[in-house]
Design a protein around this ligand. Structure first.
Ligand code: GLN
Ligand code: ZN
Length: 755
């Protein structure tokens, strides 16, 4: 089969310093003409290709670049423009494209949702009544461009029909097969055009293959790929999976394609077990995902060497294509501009560009003789030794016997003590934590960060905000107060900056959705409590009122799921470290006289593994981590938690196991669903269903909210019920916030009178 090759599955589109984002936003603001937009986007696209070529990658992906989202690119390529955007007109493809992504005055945007278990959000395709047709061939255009402009023989990338349909909405699951059949001729058309243009390799992504599928689904999948391949006998197809192991290994390796792409980072144990049990066909390439496409750490060559040794007991080296485990879309672009990182930390990192170089290193390593190998390994070993023996990682993980994971008494007993103590009215009213982060608040924080505002002046400013909002809460007659989170930028970053073990990059951005990028904190060392993080503001707020002020923390699982996490420990171990640091903060709050403490966990559900069989393990340690972070408080200290979603159907038992005294969740957009969840499950703890949606500036009427409350009370015991908005109010304006809360308190009062 010739020489061993390297391949890349996708390259980040945002640019080294987010120039892609800036261009997009400038275009939307009307500051860039369409011509200039296309021209500059092309430069960015070609730059990415050039960099991959210079890194020595053999199979360079083309067609993965996007102006917004690659799934939306497929929808529009198939002519799937929802009817409500018809008035935007076929005349301008770009306008229509952005209208679907962002909405117009008349038509709401298409829904977006998380791309598998990543933090990337794609635009959900809507099938409606239109039959798909091929409007243009994006992978072909990209292939021709790369060839003409750079002489690159690119590998077009395409999202496969099965996954595309799985991600779409607007059809009944019974009709899946029929819809799939609509797409097959279109995919054939695309592939035939590629074949005619002389394309050698095409990558068809089918990440849905790593989810839990039925036998019927895999049968459909198989027949689809037989049809596709029959139509393009000359074209070499890489069927690409990622993010986990495939479940139907035997069926998948038997498909009529030239290469199978498997994730040997995230699905290693299962994929290697299948490989050993069922072998691998001699006439196919194994596209081996061996460099982590989801994390930012340099690879440990010893680890890679071990994997290669195992894999090559089944598949000879010449039959391998070496590649990242997934598209590099999920990692930042380059370390080139990181000028402020500790040199040890820097030496442990690899972003996209560095990963591509690593890939070439691995290729040479794999084919080197024993002597050469030993030299390279030794050098890499030294580095890892240095990292693991550094001060950053001195403490490791504590003994499990040292952890307290359970509160002293049951929720029933605690409720008695707490009711006695707090004497709250029926249906107590509260908020979720943050109050509006006005321009003024953000400006002061920025000035302070730049050193243009002294610590004292900034503290005074924050205190003024707290004071103002304590007064507002008094006037509103809310029952349980919050301090308002004015000192916080982001609910994870804020804690990361104060805990030990975290580092922050300057340019470690990844695309979250559209032009929006996030810069996740990096958990590099042992997470440690260093100093009180929230006590001063909370205690200050409490000093201003007789009402209880809730302490406000971000939970261990959310901090974990929204960070880049070191990979020499398990995620569970890191979650426990965070929890052990947080319980110190909880205890400090309690010691300072704070009697209600909320530990937010909005990211618990999104951390669920892709395969249902792995859920229980994850949920067990996630719940345990939360409990570690809250277990040692007195019976009379009330633990709250908050989650910004309401679909608990599959995880209600875990939510209950958190053993928080009160949980607040979103409802307003899906009251029915929630209520049915709680109807069928005994949830014996306090619960606040969000009685209004904070995601819009609209002020809900009293009547609207009494209806939501009454509906909830049909299934929930009124003594357990709390009244609150469905999330934090930091994105809202002051005026609408006060007006909405006024109505909310009024609604609670009306119902109290009736009960
Ligand atoms: N306490 C946080 C806030 O009010 C919770 C945010 C969230 O749920 N994402 O902003
Ligand atoms: Zn929320």
């Amino acid at each position: 089969m010739g020489e061993i090759r390297t391949s890349n599955l996708g390259y980040p589109r945002i640019g080294e310093k987010r120039e892609w984002k800036k261009l997009l936003e400038a275009y939307w603001a009307g500051n860039v003409t369409e011509d200039d937009f296309f021209k500059t986007m092309k430069e960015y696209r070609l730059l990415g290709l050039k960099k991959q070529k210079e890194a020595g990658i053999d199979l360079i992906p083309v067609g993965d670049f996007s102006f917004y989202d690659h799934v939306l690119d497929h929808s529009t390529m198939f002519g799937l423009v929802p009817n409500r955007f018809d008035q935007v007109g076929e005349a301008n493809r770009l306008e229509t494209y952005f209208a679907i992504a962002r909405g117009t005055k008349e038509a709401p945007a298409s829904e977006m949702t998380k791309w598998f278990n990543t933090n990337y959000h794609y635009i959900v395709p809507e099938l409606e009544d239109k039959k798909p047709k091929l409007v243009h061939n994006k992978p072909l255009e990209a292939y021709l461009e790369a060839k003409e402009e750079l002489g690159i023989e690119g590998k077009p990338v395409l999202l496969g029909p099965f996954t595309f349909l799985k991600l779409s909405k607007g059809y009944q699951s019974n009709d899946f097969e029929q819809h799939l059949n609509d797409f097959i001729p279109i995919y054939i058309e695309i592939l035939q055009q590629l074949e005619q243009a002389g394309v050698k390799w095409v990558q068809i992504d089918e990440p849905s293959l790593v989810k839990t599928l039925t036998n019927e689904e895999i049968r459909l999948f198989t027949s689809t790929y037989h049809k596709l391949k029959e139509a393009v006998p000359q074209l070499q197809v890489i069927l690409q999976t990622y993010f986990d192991a495939v479940s139907f290994y035997e069926e998948i390796i038997s498909l009529p394609v030239e290469a199978i792409g498997l994730d040997f980072v995230h699905g290693y144990d299962e994929n290697i077990a299948s490989l050993k049990e069922f072998g691998f066909p001699a006439d196919k390439y194994l596209a081996l995902g061996i460099i982590d496409g989801r994390n930012i750490w340099k690879e440990n060559l010893q680890n890679i060497d071990k994997k290669l040794t195992e894999v090559t007991t089944v598949v000879p080296l010449e039959q391998l294509i070496l590649q990242p485990s997934s598209s590099l879309l999920h990692v930042p672009v380059t370390l080139k501009h990181e000028t402020k990182l500790d040199s040890l930390v820097l030496s442990a990192l690899a972003f996209s560009d560095e990963k591509l170089v690593e890939l070439s290193t691995v290729k040479h390593f794999a084919t080197a003789n024993a002597e050469e190998k030993a030299v390279v390994l030794e050098k890499n070993n030294q580095l890892f030794k240095q990292i693991s023996s550094s001060d950053w990682r001195r403490n490791g993980v504590s003994e499990s016997s040292e952890r307290k994971t359970k509160r002293a008494t049951s929720v029933k007993e605690r409720q008695k003590v707490q009711n006695e103590k707090f004497q709250l009215p029926l249906l107590p009213t509260t908020t979720i934590g943050s109050f509006p982060q006005t321009k003024e608040v953000r400006k002061s924080r920025n000035l302070w960060r730049k050193g243009e505002l002294t610590n004292e002046a900034y503290t005074t400013f924050v205190q003024e905000q707290i004071k103002k909002w304590i007064k507002i809460q008094e006037d509103l007659e809310l029952d349980v107060f919050v301090h308002g989170e004015f000192e916080r930028n982001d609910m994870v970053e804020f804690f990361g900056e104060k805990l030990g073990g975290f580092v922050f990059t300057q340019n470690g951005w990844v695309q979250s959705y559209g032009s929006r990028c996030v810069k996740p904190p990096v958990i590099f060392g042992d997470v440690q409590f260093l100093e009180e993080m929230t006590v001063a503001e909370t205690v200050y707020a409490q000093s201003l009122t007789e009402k209880r002020v809730k302490g406000m923390l971000t939970g261990p699982v959310t901090i974990l799921n929204w960070s880049f996490v070191r990979n020499d420990l398990t995620r569970q171990e890191v979650a426990y470290q965070i929890a052990e640091a947080l319980i110190e903060e909880v205890e400090a709050l309690e010691a300072a006289g704070i009697e209600m403490i909320q530990v937010d966990e909005p990211a618990i559900r999104e951390g669920l593994p892709l395969k249902e069989k792995d859920w229980a393990t994850y949920l067990n340690w996630a719940v345990e981590a939360f409990r570690i972070s809250t277990a040692t408080v007195k019976d009379s200290t009330q633990i709250h938690t908050h989650m910004c979603y309401s679909d608990f159907r599959t995880i209600i038992h875990s939510i209950s196991d958190l053993d928080a005294d009160v949980i607040s969740i979103e409802t307003s957009r899906s009251a029915g669903e929630i209520i049915s969840t709680f109807e069928t499950n005994v949830y014996d703890k306090g619960i606040g269903l969000g009685v209004y949606d904070i995601h819009s500036p609209r002020v809900p009427s009293v009547n609207e909210m009494t209806k939501v409350i009454e509906r909830a009370l049909e299934v929930l015991p009124q003594e357990l019920f709390w009244v609150n908005p469905d999330c934090g109010l930091k994105t809202r304006g002051e005026e609408e916030t006060v007006a909405a809360l006024k109505n909310m308190v009024e609604a609670a009062k009306e119902i109290r009178v009736k009960s």
